[in-house]
Each structure stands twice: as structure tokens, then as C-alpha cells.
Design a protein around this ligand. Structure first.
Ligand code: HEC
Ligand code: HEC
Length: 398
């Protein structure tokens, strides 16, 4: 009886999965038509990301979104923007353990990189409900626990500020030509999301080596490191595989949207698998005990630039990250979070620990370093437009 029910449930899940897959394909096609005015300019080997039907990419929307991403008037203090926690030079992270908001409040988690964000099937470290860029940004804009940009209750004020700025009234009108009153919150989020989708990173030395046939783009050490990364001994690729070195991914060439969360044994506070109360991972959302300490495997692209690491920034260096995996989970010997992560009952079966020689450790690091995309962090179309105009003004004054 129970088995029959289970089979039925499996068939149901599969058929929903297939129809979801189909609708993904359909939406890809219509999105591709609608977005013809924006050219992705992607290398041939890369699939296009999926763009929502109701927010097709256009050049004008992307440019407006870029201004708004760096617009400090979108914060309660007037001196903070998305770009304050997402810095291009650091692959859109901030170099801090955890995010620090406009008023100095600490976020419980580390500011995430935004490289290839358009390919992420699910957003943030641990919230499976957070799937659209258009919606995700409402948290930093309006969230109160913690305050990030702190605009809660000031929606009308923000929109009035933008409307009074002739630059924005022109840019919104160009970006949303079909609308009589284009300056509204929905369009603000649509523009910022369009800009975020342009943040693609596929020009690392590793990409040139692996996908573009340049045998000399990376060192011999990095090539050995690649083999280690993709080996059954180290297992890294199970969770950091594919195009974006993450197993939460979607794009036009995938029939299914992939979403995964894993416990890597970073903590085991009570000996029964507990993570620190402010960061229980997926459990925070699902309240399913098995989800304790489960987080999304983030992309490893530009990983040499995005320290400190993990959801709470508790790992300072790549060396330390490798030591964590080598031990099959981190042991913390003293303090309130002391515990043996290796024995965490919710830990993934792929985190078992492994032997690594000194040379292999260096090889693995060389491979991770070959994922740094200089073009991405220097691309002028991703940069802060206000900084550029400030510099121009300075030059004129001089
Ligand atoms: C106070 C610093 C801070 C500010 C300001 C901020 N963010 Fe973030 N961002 C974070 C942190 C921390 C996370 C991880 C959030 C979590 O896991 O709950 C994050 C996550 C994200 C993600 C998900 C990334 C992923 O890989 O899943 C996106 C997208 C994002 N931010 C975009 C924005 C945008 C757009 C703005 C401006 C409207 C913004 N952020 C403002 C700190 C910040
Ligand atoms: C079972 C899946 C899994 C395996 C196997 C795995 N990782 Fe991870 N990785 C994750 C998850 C999940 C996180 C985030 C964990 C957290 O924040 O608690 C992560 C985080 C990282 C980070 C930090 C990323 C950041 O932006 O903070 C690095 C570096 C990393 N992994 C490297 C590796 C390497 C190298 C290997 C192989 C030795 C490996 N991983 C194996 C799932 C995995």
C-alpha cells in the first residue's frame, strides 16, 4: 500500500518535473525572441541564461539598472548602494566576513558574489523560495532584520527622488517606452535585475584552456589540480560541477532546473549536528531536521578574489577551505561553536576526507586560481558609473 502510494508520488513528481522542464524550454524560446535587442555576446560554448518573459533584456534597461545598482540615494543614509556590498574588483563580494548594512548592522551571512548570477536556479545561501532576481532585491532594499539599505516605509520617497532627477526620468522613459508613468518600484527592480543578468564571467584562463583549446592558458600545476578537483578521491565536482561550478543552475540547454543544498560538516555544536542558531541553513526555511546545516554550493568562479569563505565567512583562505574538506569536516576545539564537524549526522556522503600531498594541495590551489576572470572584474560596463563621472569632473577641474 505504502509502496503504491510512493510510486504514484514519484510518477507525479516526475511528470511535474517534465512539464516544468517543458515550460522552461518554451519560456526560453519566447525570451530569446523578446530579448533580441540585447546582445549577450557570450562565447560560443556557453548557453544563454533564462530570462523571465515579463522582463526581456534591453540595452536601455540594463544601463538604467547599472545606475540604480550603484545609486546611493536608494539607502536610508544616502551613502550606500548594492555596490557597497557587491564590489566589482572582488567579483561582487565585499571582502568581509558577513555583510555590513548602511547603518552598521551585521547580516548573519557573507555577501555573495554575483558572477553568472543569471544562471543561478536559486538565490541566497539557503532560501529555496528565492528564485527571481526581481524579488530577491526587495530584501536588501526593504529588509529590517538586518537593515541593509533600509528603505522600508520610504518607497514613495525613493520614487519621488528618482522622478526629480532629470537623468532618471529620461532613463526610465527610454527603458520602459510603453509606459506612461515608468518610474515605479516594479520597473526599478526589473532594471536592476536586467543589469545583474549581464554580469557574466566566462573569460578565465581555465575557460580558455578547457573550452577554447588554448593549451597554454593555465599552468601544468593547474592542470594537475583540475584532475584532482574532478577525481572521485576529492569529489569536489559532485557539488561544484558544470558550467558554473555549482549544482544549483539553470540555462537554456538544461531540461531541468537543478537545485541542491548540502551540509559540509562545518559545525557540530551539540554532537547531534547543530549549526549556530543564527545560521541553521535550509532548516531555517523548511524546519525539516534533516536540512540542518544545508547550504547552496556557491560558484567557484573568481574564488581567489572572494575570501573569506562559506555562508558565514568563517573560513579565511583557500588553504583553510581545502583543510576543511581534507578532514571531511571542520573540528572547532574551543568556544561556543566547538564540535567535530566530521561527525555531523547531516553531512553529505561526498564529504569523507582524503589524503593530499603538499604538491597536490598547491596544484588544487593553482586550479582554483585559474578560475579568476580579469576581464570580468575590469569590464567597464559593470563598473560604477558615478565613479567614472566623478573622475571626469575631477579631470575637468584639474
Ligand atoms: C549589507 C550588504 C548588502 C547589500 C547592501 C546588498 N547585498 Fe546582496 N547580498 C548580501 C548578502 C549577505 C547576501 C547573502 C544573503 C543570504 O544568504 O540571505 C547577498 C545575496 C545577494 C544575491 C544572491 C546571490 C546568489 O548567488 O544567490 C543577489 C542577487 C544580491 N545579493 C543582489 C543585491 C542587490 C541587487 C542589492 C541592491 C538592491 C544588494 N544585493 C544589496 C549583502 C548585501
Ligand atoms: C557535498 C557537496 C560539496 C562537495 C563535495 C564540495 N563542496 Fe565546496 N561547498 C559546498 C557547499 C554547500 C558550500 C557552502 C557551505 C557553507 O557555507 O556552509 C561550499 C563552499 C566551498 C567554498 C567556499 C565558497 C565561497 O564562496 O565561500 C570553496 C572554496 C569550496 N567549497 C571548495 C571545494 C573544494 C575544493 C572541494 C573538493 C575538495 C569541495 N568544495 C567539495 C558543497 C560541496
Amino acid at each position: 500500500m505504502f509502496k503504491d502510494w510512493l510510486n504514484l508520488a514519484i510518477i507525479f513528481v516526475l511528470s511535474v518535473g517534465i512539464s516544468l522542464g517543458l515550460s522552461q524550454c518554451l519560456s526560453t524560446n519566447s525570451a530569446a525572441i523578446a530579448s533580441s535587442s540585447y546582445s549577450w555576446n557570450l562565447p560560443e560554448w556557453t548557453p544563454k541564461p533564462i530570462v523571465p518573459d515579463d522582463n526581456p533584456m534591453t540595452v536601455d534597461k540594463v544601463e538604467l539598472g547599472r545606475y540604480l545598482f550603484y545609486e546611493k540615494q536608494l539607502s536610508v543614509t544616502g551613502d550606500f548602494s548594492c555596490g557597497s556590498c557587491h564590489l566589482q574588483a572582488l567579483a561582487f563580494t565585499d571582502g568581509k566576513k558577513v555583510g555590513v548594512g548602511a547603518t552598521g548592522e551585521l547580516h548573519p551571512r557573507n555577501s555573495m558574489g554575483l558572477a553568472n548570477i543569471a544562471y543561478n536556479s536559486v538565490l541566497t545561501w539557503n532560501n529555496p523560495l528565492m528564485k527571481d532576481l526581481e524579488t530577491q532585491m526587495l530584501v536588501p532594499l526593504f529588509g529590517e532584520e538586518p537593515v541593509e539599505l533600509g528603505m522600508v516605509g520610504k518607497e514613495a520617497e525613493i520614487l519621488a527622488t528618482l522622478a526629480n532627477d532629470s537623468k532618471y526620468s529620461q532613463m526610465f522613459a527610454k527603458a520602459f517606452p510603453e509606459e506612461e508613468k515608468p518610474i515605479n518600484l516594479r520597473n526599478l527592480t526589473r532594471a536592476i535585475a536586467s543589469f545583474e543578468r549581464t554580469l557574466v564571467s566566462f573569460h578565465s584562463p581555465y575557460d580558455r584552456y578547457r573550452y577554447e583549446g588554448d593549451r597554454y592558458a593555465i599552468s601544468e600545476a593547474a592542470k594537475r589540480g583540475e584532475r584532482l578537483f574532478f577525481s572521485e578521491r576529492l569529489e569536489c565536482f559532485h557539488c561544484h560541477g558544470g558550467l558554473n561550478f555549482s549544482d544549483s543552475i539553470q540555462h537554456e540547454r538544461l531540461a531541468f532546473v537543478e537545485i541542491s543544498y548540502h551540509n559540509t560538516g562545518l559545525y557540530n555544536i551539540d554532537g547531534q549536528g547543530a549549526y549556530p542558531p543564527e545560521n541553521p541553513g535550509l532548516f531555517e526555511i523548511t524546519h525539516n531536521p534533516d536540512d540542518m546545516g544545508h547550504f547552496k554550493a556557491p560558484t567557484l568562479r573568481n574564488i581567489a578574489l572572494t575570501a573569506p569563505y562559506m555562508h558565514d565567512g568563517s573560513i579565511a583562505t583557500l588553504d583553510e577551505a581545502i583543510a576543511h574538506y581534507q578532514a571531511g569536516g571542520r573540528t572547532i576545539t574551543e568556544g561556543q561553536y566547538a564540535g567535530v564537524g566530521h561527525q555531523n549526522p547531516y553531512k553529505s556522503p561526498f564529504i569523507n576526507g582524503f589524503q593530499l600531498t603538499e604538491r597536490e594541495r598547491l596544484d588544487l590551489i593553482a586550479f582554483l586560481q585559474s578560475l579568476t576572470d580579469e576581464e570580468f572584474i575590469n569590464n567597464p560596463t559593470f563598473s560604477d558609473p558615478f565613479l567614472l563621472s566623478d573622475q571626469k569632473e575631477l579631470r575637468i577641474e584639474n
